[in-house]
Design a protein around this ligand. Structure first.
Ligand SMILES: *[C@@H]1O[C@H](CO)[C@@H](O)[C@H](O)[C@H]1NC(C)=O
Ligand SMILES: *[C@@H]1O[C@H](CO)[C@@H](O)[C@H](O)[C@H]1NC(C)=O
Length: 337
């Protein structure tokens, strides 16, 4: 099946999100027409203004918004997808509700079924590094590259094994997210295999995402950088992983619409393996007046010791990722520093 040419209509589900809003920006730049789904039209008009400030033509034949407020409603997805050629789906249900793992799975499969019904040609799902491994887990292999064949089975087991006590802990949301995204992506590939829908399917797997926001408040990952700039060190107890710039993550979503090589693949949007010393050194160099915290000790998990096979995504990006330094400095600027 041919890649989607410019002028095709692409639906971006939850377009006001951090990665989604960059994806929309880059898709418009690439000449696609965009239909963004939103939960409220107020946010939509803020996003339109933000895109306009970037010098884009945001007239209604280029950029339209539709309300979609239930990620489990096949009827809403069908209505939103009708007449479109491609779908990009980065949206997630609320992670603090009931029955979240099942909701993550269903909010992946339901739009795929709707897309098949209305004849969508390409479907790009936003996955996550966490569906492949749990950052900081000592069982991550160090003697070989992590590839698109890897799955976070350990994360799923951890969820299935959890005691009632563990389920009440605030950290359990991370376990739910890892298990939900792993099982959802596996269910998605199984759907492709057994149902042979009319669309080609790609999953983009971001790692930890930093980079400037297009508009709105800071995404959770950016608030971690913010806390470091303010001199707080609690973020530094996290295991450093791969960091990619949100602009590269957005670009890989758009490339997945028009590069034939991307069809049927899991595509890493992972960028650079990092250590805290490297990140803090960049911050000290550019923000000598900020109270940047002391380096935490190096350890077998800091800097990030494992390696991911980025060959396909690096090739799709034309050989070049946005540098860690540019990513960090542009993130800080977008936070007002
Ligand atoms: C889950 O439980 C099984 C069976 O008790 C055990 O073998 C496995 O190691 C546990 N896995 C995790 C990740 O806790
Ligand atoms: C944060 O700072 C406190 C006080 O200096 C220190 O005891 C602690 O180990 C630091 N934590 C990290 C993760 O660096």
């Amino acid at each position: 099946m041919a890649p989607l040419p410019p002028g095709s209509l692409i639906v971006i589900v939850g377009i006001t999100g951090y990665i989604a809003s960059h994806t929309g920006l880059l898709a418009l730049k690439a000449g696609y027409r965009i239909r963004g789904t939103v939960r409220s039209l107020t946010k939509a008009e803020d996003l339109r203004s933000a895109y306009e400030k970037e010098g884009l033509d945001v007239s209604r034949d280029k950029l339209e918004f539709v309300i979609l407020d239930d990620l489990l409603s096949e009827a809403q997805f069908e209505a939103a997808f009708t007449g479109a050629d491609g779908v990009i789906h980065p949206a997630l249900p609320d992670l603090y509700g009931e029955d979240v793992v099942n909701k993550i799975i269903q909010s992946t499969l339901i739009p795929m079924r709707a897309a098949a019904k209305v004849g969508i040609k390409r479907f790009v799902l936003t996955g996550t590094l966490v569906s492949v491994l749990t950052p900081g887990s000592p069982s991550i292999p160090l003697d070989r590259l992590i590839t698109d064949k890897d799955w976070n089975e350990e994360g799923v087991q951890k969820y299935l094994n959890a005691t009632e006590e563990e389920k009440k802990s605030p950290a359990f949301v991370g376990v739910v997210y890892a298990a939900g995204k792993t099982l959802a992506e596996q269910a998605a590939w199984k759907y492709i295999e057994t149902e042979s829908p009319p669309f080609e399917f790609t999953v983009v797997l971001p790692a930890m995402t930093w980079g400037p926001k297009v508009y709105g408040s800071a995404a959770t990952s950016l608030t971690w950088l913010w806390s470091i700039l303010k001199g707080e060190n609690s973020t530094l107890s996290r295991s450093p992983i791969y960091i990619e710039d949100v602009r590269d993550a957005g670009k890989l979503h758009v490339l997945s619409l028009h590069e034939q090589e991307a069809a049927g693949k899991r595509i890493w949007a992972a960028g650079h393996p990092v250590g805290w010393t490297e990140i803090l050194d960049i911050l000290r160099k550019h923000y000598p007046d900020q109270p940047i915290p002391k380096n935490p000790p190096t350890s077998p998990l800091n800097p990030c010791p494992w390696r991911i096979d980025l060959s396909l995504s690096t090739k799709l990006l034309g050989g070049k990722w946005i540098s860690l330094e540019d990513c960090i400095v542009d993130s800080a600027k977008s936070l007002g520093y």
